[in-house]
Design a protein around this ligand. Structure first.
Ligand code: PPS
Length: 335
């Protein structure tokens, strides 16, 4: 089995998909050198639809969750990094399954906390203002070590509730969670996986959807992820992508109340006006243009970027009625 190899090939000769694009040679891809993963991570079979030959996925059951991570994380002292995280009472964590509206909720939270209601949103990109808990600090990604972030620290995470450190739960840190119609999250993840040089996915959407339902994407099974947070909705503020679309003012008020921040009606209006899709796509501090410049994401912009389409129901363009029925049957089966 190809995935059994713990040492990843450096050459392009394992690139499999017929229509693969050349990896863009950038400082980011150049940083992906030979990767050796610890033995207690189970390699999952290689999928040639991921045309980046350097990246493989691994699985490990952690606190009852079948966590999936790419080797790229695992070689950087991932578990040590997670174990070393000590939450503080003032921490604010925005959690999600990827592509569920994380960026949107992060920007709303940042603005509520900083009382920023205008066009600008600070003087740095979102990933600097709001680093990700599970990504070891990377100069390429312009992320700071969490110890260097001033309080209150605003932290993004895709970790499941089951994997949040004990200190998050005992410290009184505030956790917010955003979920999205799984069909739209899957479509969004498909385009993202095509766009980033980590993966350069070139399989079909049905092939990708199968990986989604089988729980083979980072960070692991979708339904268990959502359930983990919804089961703790008494302490976690759970919002949906669809709510951010239908009544963002109400969502902003809920966030402010949850975080103990006072906002006037004018503040709420200002935040709502500057966090629509077009506004965030035009804002260099929220549109992730740096991913393309630094080679994390492909330069061709074919996939539309991190802020791709920003609509509810794009899944209709990717699922037949029968496929949607089957997917929702899976979605609604209890875990
Ligand atoms: S990530 O990489 O997991 O953090 O991605 P995430 O931010 O969770 O999800 C990206 C999708 O959210 C959409 N998005 C928005 N939609 C509407 N309005 C605003 N302001 C907004 N900001 C982000 C983004 O476009 C991605 O969805 P798709 O469907 O791909 O467009």
């Amino acid at each position: 089995m190809e995935g059994d190899s713990k040492t990843q090939p450096k050459s392009d000769d394992k690139m499999g998909a017929a229509d693969h694009l050349e990896l863009e040679r950038t400082s980011f891809t150049e940083s992906l050198t030979e990767m050796v993963v610890a033995d207690d991570w189970e390699p999952i079979p290689a999928d040639p639809n991921y045309t980046n030959p350097l990246v493989r996925f691994y699985r490990k059951r952690i606190n009852g969750y079948d966590h999936i991570a790419p080797n790229f994380f695992l070689v950087q002292g991932y578990e040590k990094h997670l174990a070393g995280f000590q939450a503080r009472p003032s921490d604010i964590i925005v959690a999600s399954f990827p592509k569920s509206g994380t960026t949107w909720l992060q920007e709303l939270v940042w603005r509520v906390v900083h009382g920023e209601t205008g066009v600008s949103s600070g003087d740095a990109t979102l990933e600097y203002r709001f680093p990700t808990l599970e990504f070891p600090p990377s100069p390429i990604m312009n992320m700071r070590p969490l110890e260097d972030v001033p309080e209150p620290r605003l932290i993004k995470s895709h970790l499941p509730y089951q994997m949040l450190s004990e200190s998050v739960l005992s410290s009184g840190a505030k956790v917010l969670y955003v979920s999205r119609d799984a069909r739209d999250a899957c479509v969004s993840a498909y385009h993202w996986s095509r766009m980033v040089n980590l993966y350069v996915y070139r399989g079909t959407f049905p092939e990708f959807r199968e990986r989604f339902t089988r729980g083979l994407l980072f960070p692991g099974p979708y339904k268990e992820h959502v359930k983990g947070y919804l089961d703790h909705a008494d302490t976690v503020l759970c919002l949906t992508y669809e709510q951010l679309h239908s009544d963002r003012a109400e969502a902003v008020r809920k966030i402010a109340a949850f975080l103990g921040r006072m906002l006037t009606d004018a503040d709420v209006e200002g935040i709502v006006a500057n966090t629509g899709f077009a506004a965030m796509k035009a804002n260099p501090n929220t549109n992730f243009h740096q991913w393309h410049e630094k080679g994390f994401a492909r330069k061709d912009q074919e996939e539309g970027g991190q802020l791709r389409k920003g609509v509810v129901g794009d899944w209709r363009n990717y699922f037949t009625e029968a496929e949607s029925d089957a997917f929702m049957k899976w979605r609604n089966e209890p875990v």
